[in-house]
Design a protein around this ligand. Structure first.
Ligand SMILES: Nc1nc2c(c(=O)[nH]1)N(C=O)[C@@H](CNc1ccc(C(=O)N[C@@H](CCC(=O)O)C(=O)O)cc1)CN2
Ligand SMILES: Nc1nc2c(ncn2[C@@H]2O[C@H](COP(=O)(O)OP(=O)(O)OP(=O)(O)O)[C@@H](O)[C@H]2O)c(=O)[nH]1
Ligand SMILES: [Mg+2]
Length: 443
């Protein structure tokens, strides 16, 4: 039997041991597997409690099972689910019993989703939303992913694609019916009106996205500055745990230390770096090199200073730099040179003074960086590039009107093709394979 026709199974819940584990089975053998292990099938989509037994009749576990006959299932195929106790031995006995049935095999990463996609349950943007939802760590990531899973981008793209095809049909009809190849104005005018409207709608969606794509990875904030000013103390405060070593010796931190924070639903990676100074120690030199490199790549730099330390030496790059004067509990530090500094703060990382204001400002920065989010439909470079191709095709179509309707029709075909790829309708096997492989096993 071809691998595509085999029945697939996987542990769809987290790593064992867990209280309950869910094993999903999808394919033509699902019915037989469920009957072999659980006996009588429960009514479709209703939970049933069964003692599961292996082929030799030995008990495996006291379980809850579900039966979703296709095509009204998550994958569109027959689906069976085993909700068992999530111990390693239970799972290995269950998976062994399932794989003993012919024409079954362990699912590859993303293969359930792939089958749902092949069976028209999801388009490619919805599948991408599903993958993002599984990986969402913060509330805003979750909301963005859910919008995509629900088809907000996919539905728009389907509508655009249909309207492009309608506009092409008008033009092609005109080309076919006219002797000279001159499309009559009563066909051409409405077609051009549609193209202009479509171009406007697609460019509007592209413009509204801001950094929404970055919501998947998060914003990177680098804490940098001279040695001993309290950078590691600050990251520990932000993380609310001792992620970095703090000591009164200058040159304590050498490696880059990262923590993932959830700031009001925004994903933010904060990095602590080695104090930047001239040094003869080769290990510290490497730390300083890494500190400079990471600060240069960050979306925002918090440049820490302390009493008697001025804000000189801070990076001048593309990212905004906030000067954070630390250790205010020891008295006023050197006045900050205001020029070329985006914002300044005064804190005591040790005592906590000023941290609430700093965090509030970070949330505000994240909000501006990602945009309000609720309007953004595009979450990946793949989607953005294909929408851009569609918009460019429409625009070229409008420009080429004077050079002949054939050329316009050609550009419309390219635009519709780009949207088809966005939805996953026209892609070749390896493109789809590359996308689904990155998904989780059991999804
Ligand atoms: N136990 C369990 N929980 C789960 C899932 C699952 O597969 N199993 N899901 C897995 O993704 C998610 C829920 N998504 C689902 C999506 C579609 C269908 C489904 O049966 N769809 C049919 C019937 C639709 C209906 O009646 O509403 C269909 O689309 O035809 C089920 C779950 C999250 N929770
Ligand atoms: N009084 C006071 N001391 C602080 C404050 N923040 C940090 N310190 C102290 O300053 C010293 C250096 O702190 P660290 O957090 O290790 O400084 P760092 O900038 O990470 O230093 P390097 O890793 O060496 O670059 C430690 O003794 C901290 O306890 C503060 O707000 N007030
Ligand atoms: Mg440090």
């Amino acid at each position: 039997m071809h691998p595509r026709e085999q029945t697939i199974f996987a542990l769809s819940s987290g790593r064992p041991p867990s209280a309950i584990a869910v094993v999903r089975v999808s394919g033509s053998q699902a019915n037989q597997i469920l009957a072999a292990l659980a006996g009588k099938l429960p009514a479709p989509r209703l939970a049933g409690r069964r003692l599961l037994r292996d082929v030799a009749g030995r008990p495996i576990d006291d379980a809850v099972v579900l039966w979703f006959p296709g095509p009204a299932s998550a994958t569109g195929e027959d689906v069976a689910e085993f909700h068992v106790h999530g111990g390693r031995a239970v799972l290995s006995a269950l998976l062994a019993a399932i794989s003993a049935i012919p024409n079954t095999r362990a699912a590859e990463p993303g293969e359930f989703t792939r089958r749902a996609f092949e069976n028209g349950k999801l388009d490619l943007t919805e599948a991408e939303g599903l993958d993002d939802l599984i990986h969402a760590d913060t509330d805003r990531q979750r909301r963005q992913a859910l919008r995509q899973l629900q088809g907000l981008l996919g539905n728009r793209a389907r509508d655009w694609r249909e309207r492009i095809i309608e506009a092409s049909a008008l033009i092609e009809a005109g080309i076919d019916f006219s002797d000279e190849g001159d499309v009559p104005a009563e066909l051409m005018a409405p077609a051009l009106k549609m193209i202009r409207a479509l171009h406007g709608e697609i460019t509007e969606v592209l413009a509204a996205q801001g950094h929404a794509e970055r919501l998947r990875d998060g914003l990177v904030v680098a804490i940098a500055g001279p040695p001993n000013v309290g950078k590691s103390t600050l990251i520990n405060q932000l993380a609310r745990r001792e992620v970095a070593i703090v000591s009164p010796h200058a040159g304590t931190t050498r490696d880059v230390i990262e923590v993932q924070l959830d700031l009001d639903g925004y994903p933010v990676t904060v990095i602590d770096t080695a104090g930047i100074r001239e040094t003869d120690d080769p290990v510290e030199q490497e730390g300083v090199r890494r500190a400079r490199a990471r600060a240069a790549d960050a979306d925002l730099v918090l440049w820490l200073t302390g009493p008697g330390v001025d804000a000189e030496g801070r990076p001048v790059g593309t990212a905004p730099v906030w000067v954070v004067r630390n250790k205010i509990d020891l008295g006023e530090g050197a006045p900050v040179a205001e020029a070329a500094v985006d914002r300044t703060f005064a804190i005591s990382a040790r005592r906590g003074d000023g941290l609430a204001e700093l965090i509030e400002a970070l949330v505000g920065f994240a909000g501006e960086f990602f945009g309000t989010g609720e309007g953004a439909l595009v979450t990946r470079a793949r989607q953005r590039e294909l929408l851009r191709q569609a918009a460019d095709g429409l625009q070229r179509g409008l420009i080429l009107v004077k050079d002949g309707e054939e050329l316009v029709a050609e550009e419309l075909r390219a635009a519709a093709y780009a949207l088809g790829r966005l939805l996953g309708r026209v892609d070749v096997e390896d493109v789809l394979g590359a996308i689904f492989q990155k998904f989780c096993i059991g999804k």
